[in-house]
Write a protein of this length. Structure first.
Length: 149
């Protein structure tokens, strides 16, 4: 008959006879830490904050990509406008095209590009803030994990 004396499990730290129901695998979560570990409330809150920040960071990166595409399209439109001669038209909304002057359209496109560039600078600042905060939280968590082992 097998020895049923309970001992601390080397894999999970729980007292068991290793003929048990609990899982010994330590799957890593999104931030590269074992998801099975028991964390204090402060550490759990930090992990949750990292997850939220990473989600927001991803959304910001998608926005930046869209803004970069729009800046490229605006640059191309300005280049085509400069090369054109004769009448020019502007798309308003998705269904109306109006006649305008080359100077007015050029001014509008340059203003649009300025606004997009300002927004990109703002997003660059946000990106750095997200990255710095995520790294700060990761270091705090890793420091706590190192102390608890």
């Amino acid at each position: 008959m097998a020895n049923s004396k309970k001992m601390e499990c080397e894999d999970c730290g729980e007292e068991c006879d290793c003929g048990h129901d609990h899982d010994h695998s330590l799957e890593e979560n999104e931030i590269g830490m074992p998801s099975q570990m028991n964390f204090d409330d402060e550490t759990k809150a930090a992990i949750q904050e990292i997850q939220i920040l990473e989600h927001n960071f991803e959304q910001l990166m998608q926005q930046k990509h869209l803004f970069n595409m729009e800046i490229s399209e605006t640059d191309l439109a300005l280049k085509e406008l400069e090369a054109s001669s004769g009448e020019v038209f502007k798309l308003v909304g998705s269904q109306v095209i109006i006649k305008t002057t080359k100077e007015k359209l050029s001014s509008d496109l340059k203003h649009k590009k300025e606004l997009l560039s300002l927004r990109m600078k703002s997003m660059d600042t946000q990106e750095k803030e997200f990255a710095d905060r995520i790294e700060e939280l990761r270091q705090q968590i890793m420091k706590k994990i190192g102390k608890s082992q």
